[in-house]
Design a protein around this ligand. Structure first.
Ligand code: TRP
Length: 444
């Protein structure tokens, strides 16, 4: 029998995939860099008008096709359109993402461990800790990257229900409790209202084309779109799981968590007079050094914070490994064990090269056109590959798939009118917007 999610298990697994480093690490820092309110608004609009329709589309392909990524695209394609199955290979973007995602999970696991001892007393000290790890401490980074991959591979090896569903069932509630606790705690700061203002009062002069682009790219990344992840998860549902509703719930949860976490972190930062525009170091530099101010309690806060980051990112990492695993098992008849071992090892090996590209000793070897390999992988995947995956998925839904077939299935869960509106948007509105974005991005 095919592996299977329960209804709640599916929503949790999809939410676990969506809610990740994108929410706790990336969203706050890009919001800081691009100036707050207006950027948050752009992100919400991008999730509502591009993210939700595409998420519904991806889930529909998996739920109707009930196969691995390539197989699902193939079984929904109109007869003459066999080439469309290749859209399924957008799943390979996942391996690119996982190779740097796992390095960041490694940093988190290391910081979890550091949080147990003395916290850095000043920002300078915290910066030194982070930069030393990044540039000089190759062994530690390899160790924790390895640990992160072992955990990810092991969960995916356990399978859809015993591994993925169960992990999400346990980790996500704990994650929510920790985030809520930190949020309520941050309400006691005077800076809380400042943080709310920063997140919600838009200054449209800050909304440059670049910021808009980043917002759309982030909507893709954070909803796990454009690489067949949600499609693969949806293929494990039974036929009365309402994926339209699930897609909307997951997207709203995603926005909710991003905003709560954003307010929390900025309240903490502003309370100690930190700047909002700290960039990627926000989580690894600013946060640890401000926790120091709480004494012993600061260690507890730091541990909770890094546990939250670890749980959020592990539930995402497993969702990135599952599509290729599903594909190779279905199409090449590999066992689950062999699939995860081979892809895991591949990602692990590439990850080490990426990690070396950040080090002092090897950065020259792994720097191309003045960007290190790590940054290249991040940029190429979230700025180009995911959006390309989204464009092809939308084109497939509009032109490659049989509309009547889609309509027959999807109107179980939405009205005829809603279906037509969705179909029109996905076919005629989303591709041109995304293509324009791509062109702008490449000509940048
Ligand atoms: N959505 C996750 C995050 O916000 C990352 C992620 C998981 C992802 N699976 C993905 C991104 C698939 C793109 C595609 O951290």
């Amino acid at each position: 029998m095919k592996a299977h999610f329960s209804k709640a298990g599916f929503i949790l697994a999809a939410a676990g995939s969506a809610i990740g480093l994108g929410n706790i690490w990336k969203f706050p820092y890009i919001t800081g860099v691009y100036g707050g309110g207006a950027f948050v608004l752009a992100y919400i609009v991008a999730v509502l008008f591009i993210g939700i329709p595409l998420l519904i589309g991806e889930m529909a392909i998996g739920a109707i096709g009930k196969k691995d990524p390539v197989g699902s695209f193939e079984s929904l394609a109109k007869k003459a359109a066999g080439v469309w199955k290749n859209v399924g290979f957008s799943m390979l973007t996942g391996l690119v993402i996982l190779s740097f995602y796992s390095i960041v999970i490694g940093w988190i696991l290391y910081y979890l461990f550091l949080s147990l001892s003395t916290l850095p007393q000043t920002v300078e000290e915290a910066k030194t800790v982070f930069e030393t790890m990044l540039a000089l401490d190759i062994k530690t980074q390899i160790l924790f990257h390895t640990l992160s991959m072992v955990i990810t591979v092991f969960i995916v090896y356990l399978g859809v229900d015993k591994g993925i569903e169960k992990t999400n069932l346990i980790l996500l509630p704990i994650l929510f409790v920790i985030l809520l606790f930190l949020f309520f705690y941050s309400m006691s700061f005077d800076s809380f209202s400042l943080a709310v203002g920063f997140m919600f009062v838009p200054d449209f002069s800050l909304l440059t084309p670049k910021a808009l682009l980043v917002a759309v790219g982030h909507a893709f990344f954070t909803l796990s779109l454009g690489m067949a992840t949600m499609l693969t998860y949806a293929s494990y549902t039974d036929k009365n799981t309402n994926y339209v509703k699930s897609a909307i719930i997951v997207s709203l949860m995603e926005i909710g968590v991003a905003i709560f976490v954003g307010i929390t972190l900025f309240a903490f930062l502003f309370n100690f007079g930190f700047e909002s525009n700290q960039g990627p170091g926000l989580v690894f530099v600013s946060m640890p050094s401000l926790f120091y101010n709480f004494g012993m309690f600061g260690n507890i806060l730091a541990v909770l914070f890094f546990i939250a980051l670890a749980f959020a990112s592990i539930t995402s990492a497993i969702s990135i490994l599952e599509p290729t695993t599903a594909y190779i098992m279905a199409e090449k008849k590999w066992s689950r064990k062999k699939s995860v071992a081979v892809f895991g090892a591949l990602v692990w090996g590439v990850g080490i090269l990426l990690l070396l590209s950040n080090t002092k000793e090897y950065s020259a070897t792994f720097t191309f056109f003045s960007k290190g390999l790590f940054d290249w992988f991040d940029f190429v995947s979230s700025a180009i590959l995911l959006i390309l995956g989204g464009i092809f998925t939308a084109l497939f839904l509009g032109f490659g798939a049989d509309k009547n077939n889609l309509k027959m299935h999807m109107t179980h869960f939405m009205s005829d009118f809603a279906f037509e509106a969705w179909y029109f948007g996905v076919k005629y509105c989303i591709p041109p917007v995304l293509i324009a974005l791509m062109i702008y991005m490449i000509s940048e």
